[in-house]
Design a protein around this ligand. Structure first.
Ligand SMILES: [Zn+2]
Ligand SMILES: [Zn+2]
Length: 162
């Protein structure tokens, strides 16, 4: 009787380890059963959300292994913010420019005439005079795209974002 219980428990455990095709665990999607090792551990071919494919022991999936390894890399990056800081900093800057740009349009209207060459066709943008992007409406002049580029290169050696 005891033997039977132990046996059925063992069976249950091994069934628990059986993974179905298409099953998604953490970042991993089970593509196919791959092989058994000598200890009868099942290995599966998995596809990670990042696109990598990897053969992983079934009993590890979702417990020890949640991705092809990319997740661990991300966690390391998160713990060492200097690795990803530069990107997020740039991103914040971009959002800042955009917000100020929208604010200028809201207060001064859409730019429609270049104050350098007088062009009123094509793309006219609000350009920031000193590139400090302060919330001072007098710091912004209307420039067509080509004057804007010339102006930025001449004055600041800077290729403007807008
Ligand atoms: Zn991955
Ligand atoms: Zn112009």
């Amino acid at each position: 009787m005891l033997l039977f219980v132990v046996d059925s428990m063992r069976q249950k455990i091994s069934l628990m380890h059986m993974l179905n095709k298409g099953q998604k665990i953490s970042r991993l999607t089970i593509l196919n059963f791959d092989h058994y090792n000598k200890k009868r551990d099942a290995y599966y071919l998995c596809r990670c959300d990042c696109g990598n494919e990897k053969i992983i022991r079934g009993s590890k999936i979702g417990k020890i292994t949640h991705s092809c390894g990319c997740l661990r890399l991300e966690i390391v990056r998160r713990k060492k913010p200097e690795l990803s800081n530069e990107k997020s900093h740039l991103w914040k800057e971009n959002v800042g420019y955009r917000a100020i740009h929208l604010w200028v349009i809201k207060n001064k209207g859409k730019a429609n005439k270049c104050s350098h060459c007088g062009a009123n066709t094509g793309k006219i943008e609000w350009a920031n005079i000193d590139h400090k992007y302060r919330r001072n409406l007098d710091d912004y002049i209307q420039l067509c795209t080509s004057c804007h580029r010339d102006y930025d290169i001449k004055n600041n050696n800077y290729r403007g974002r807008w």
